[in-house]
Design a binder for this molecule. Sequence first.
Ligand code: ACM
Length: 638
Amino acid sequence: MYFSKYVKIYTCCLALLGFCAGNSAAQQAGPALIPMPRSVKTDTGSFIFNAGTLIRTDVKEQHAVDYFTGQLFSRWKFNNKVATGTTGDGGLVITTNGAEQLPDEGYRLSVTPAGITLTGRNVGLFYGMQTLLQLFPEPANGAVAIPCVTIEDAPRFGYRGLMLDVSRHFFTVEQIKDLLDMMAYYKLNRFHWHLTDDQGWRLEIKSCPELTQVGAWRVPRIEFGGNTLPPQPGEKATDGGFYTQEQVKDIIRYAAERHIEILPEIDVPGHSMAAIAAYPELCVTRNKDIKVNPGSSFAKWFPNGSYEMYEDNSLNPTDERVYTFLDKVFGEVAALFPYLYIHIGGDECYKGFWEKDAAVQSFMKMHHIKNTHELQSYFILRLNKIIQSKHKKLIAWDEVAEGDVKDSITIMSRFGEKAAISQIRKGLDIVLAPGGNGLYFDYAQSTSDQEPSSHGGDAPAWKAYQYNPEYSSLSAKERKHIMGVEACIWTENIPDVSKLQYMMLPRMLALAETGWSDETAKAYPRFAGTALPLHLERFDKAGINYRVPTVFNYTDSTIATGSFRFEVAQPPVQGARIYYTLNNRPPGDYDHEYTAPVTITVPKGKTITLKTVVITPAGRRSIVTRTVLDNSHKSENK
Ligand code: ACM
């Protein structure tokens, strides 16, 4: 789905990103919290926090307080004393007293000039600490002034997820931990780990060692977009990697300390080329020449979304050895991962090799299976029994909800409203991850050709922000089937952390608010105009890569006008400068700097092209926007 590159808007009231911002508005908007809490009441004054502020707590789980003091030390070099018990005055009190009535994951935070009180239980306390950390400004003279505020908070959805594909490109244990830290800071609580695909099997399975000895490695290629050379005869597979079970346990522990549960995905029966490269007997063609795919083309995709594969990447659903294999793999996965759900993929399974195979056809006849779609259902139901035998629940992509679903399965729903409603009306629970609503972070963040390589599409942060998964046609009862939301990061075009950060930020912050904040608490002007600039400033200082927002929502547009007021209330990154040209050149820091509103007059019969760029204190640049101010419109020139 591609949008027209040049969005033509014949109106003068095109929204500028920071239009509703401004310092006084920023103050009125309250603290720059993301995600926005359920209720924020600001007050005058502040509490002065420094290394001498005593922390008093009755919280039994010492590690929760340790996590908080660890953050204070690593970020502000504050080494505060912690006292057991809450008697006494002032300081910071972290307490479970009065938390019984709070909703799941909820907390209450009160900052007065006399002291701070954080009330909650377990994960609620953890999120209260994250909010408190977001209230900490940069220290001046060894102290921070925390503005007085009363916050009551709890999440909208229980499932607030982020999926990372580590098959197309591998990410190390440390890189995954950094990602988990970032998720926790923004109150995301489910890490969906896409561990296997055609381009690499990334999880050690002790009973099937070739899965990682062979399946984790592919021939090295620079580009990955389908035009690369397939593996050549005798070429060594040196590119890849995998996680040992010990490393996975370490990551699970790390995530659990941050109240993040990990949803592992083993993608079957399609997307299984890496497994087949290790064990060719798992597919109907038993082709021993199949290698882990290095990003070369192995399928033809048609405009209607159908596809034809030249290489077999589907498991054989009629072979008992496949179920023995799956029992071993999912047995180890179930033993390793504590989370109730296991994702089994189920997407984009090519059935052409099944259709051509005589043994498969006679199996179908014998079992009264009418077509290969029913055969995939047979596979999914068999696998569901395996998953249930491990005391786990199966979750999978949309395709497994096609047809007559009798078993209890859960859907990771990516096709949008119509599919989601149909899944819910079959009685299924779903997590919503629709790419069309901005939740595929491998899509480009605008339609501009200056965006780095992507899976196409157009998924600006505001789309992810404005997405409301509670579709209006659903009844209150039907809405209960919505577990939450998730964004997916497919990594065909994401070879490293720098690109990962660019594609993820700031969209992940929009996701955080879509998952956590009540619809009534969401307001894009507050998010983008006043909260986001401060969070992006923090990334800028911390050397974290991100996409610098532009000052226009539409990066290419035409406005029919003879006079245009170019006005930006606040740069999209705190401290950034905005430069522009009116002569069609891409602007740089030697061009006009925007310092105050500018009225651009366009002579009759002419056009003027306004180009803008945002340059941050760290030197990061936005893409260049192009706004054609058009006074040549025929109706106006008569
Ligand atoms: C998917 O986008 N193939 C899940």
